[in-house]
Design a binder for this molecule. Structure first.
Ligand code: SF4
Length: 356
């Protein structure tokens, strides 16, 4: 989040939503050798390796769009108030959506070198008036644990990579095997430690609610390593995936594996969210980004980000912890708002609260 402050005595703060903007390239399953149970097979079967020219054009448009967005935003505020921007906006290029470090090295290095060059061009394009606000931060990518090659670290740094996100998903080795993930918790810890030692920011991505996972599954990993940032994805089962078929055919029950219910997923994701806040681990995201086409293919779709944050506020409220006016507003809005349409656990709670 960045802020603007009035030059006058009546200092006014206007939180703008973003402190980081990312130009993102999705490479769906591009580097994946095999399928994970929860991954959308249609993406795998239709996968294509985007041309560098297409990626370049797309990234340029996104980066240029960020500058345009900033210009509009600042103009809107400064035309209304006599104020100046106090905080800064970091800009990154991110490669998401597949096992980046298993991509063919030639293609991968071309992607990184393209991102580095576009980053330099972007820096040159930043208008003088925004030079103290916008900062080029560098490149991040997500990848699968166990595929990180330490011999490439120096190259990555030269390209401007500053953060690597590992798709940890879960921590019990047998659950990883069940869902087609070919690494162990030991791989996760080793890769994370090596990345940190080399000076990279380390991110972990967790799936919450995978069949076979136990409550508190992430604690074991946190006892060995604390990442810098985390993404929390409560499980959304996409129709047509292997996991969807297992559920449909009752195959998990036959193996004695229980499915998580809504309340347990919500409580577990909120536990993880709280732990991250307590340990000052940056939470980059909770829940999948809503897309109509994705939500339509889900067995059940919830706006998990809203639900988890709301559940967290509910817990704090019940513990009599002080809430900010903004947080109180969120809770009161939730009584009659869209959250009521979401999962039953919260719904019950909200109904109970509203009848007091
Ligand atoms: S590693 Fe990620 S992108 Fe690749 S198949 Fe598994 S879930 Fe899909």
């Amino acid at each position: 989040m960045f802020w603007v402050m009035s030059k006058d005595k009546a200092a006014k703060f206007y939180p703008l939503k973003s402190k980081v903007k990312r130009a993102v390239v999705f490479l769906p399953c591009a580097g994946c050798k095999k399928l994970c149970s929860f991954c959308d097979q249609r993406i795998i079967t239709n996968r294509t390796f985007p041309e560098l020219g297409t990626i370049e054009q797309d990234l340029k448009e996104q980066l240029f769009g960020i500058l345009k967005w900033l210009e509009r935003k600042i103009e809107k505020i400064t035309s209304k108030f006599d104020c100046e921007i106090q905080n800064s906006l970091a800009v990154e290029i991110a490669f998401f959506g597949g096992t980046f470090t298993s991509l063919d090295i030639e293609y991968r290095y071309k992607l990184l070198s393209l991102a580095r060059d576009l980053g330099s061009e972007f820096k040159r394009l930043i208008p003088e008036k925004f030079s103290s606000i916008v900062k080029w931060r560098g490149i991040r990518f997500s990848t699968k644990p166990g595929t990180v090659n330490r011999l490439e670290f120096e190259d990555w740094k030269k390209f401007g990579v500053f953060a690597v996100e590992l798709g940890v998903q879960t921590t019990e080795d047998e659950v990883l095997v069940l869902h087609g993930r070919d690494y162990t918790l030991e791989n996760v810890i080793k890769d994370s430690s090596a990345l940190r030692e080399a000076g990279f920011r380390v991110g972990w991505q967790f799936l919450v609610g995978l069949p076979g996972q136990k409550r508190g599954f992430w604690r074991k990993a946190f006892s060995k390593f604390i990442p810098d940032e985390v993404r929390i994805y409560p499980l959304v089962v996409i129709m047509g995936t292997l996991l969807d078929r297992w559920i449909e055919n009752g195959e998990l029950e036959k193996k004695g594996i229980k499915l998580w219910n809504f309340e347990d997923i919500l409580e577990e994701a909120t536990d993880l969210y709280e732990e991250c806040l307590k340990r000052k681990v940056e939470v980059l995201k909770v829940g999948l980004h809503y897309e109509k086409s994705l939500a339509e293919r889900a067995r059940e779709w919830y706006n998990w980000g809203d639900l988890v944050r709301l559940n967290y506020l509910k817990r704090r409220f019940e513990r009599n912890e002080e809430l900010t006016p903004q947080e109180k507003k969120i809770l009161s809005t939730a009584y009659g708002g869209a959250f009521l349409k979401s999962g039953s656990g919260l719904k019950d709670w909200l109904l109970r609260r509203s009848s007091k």
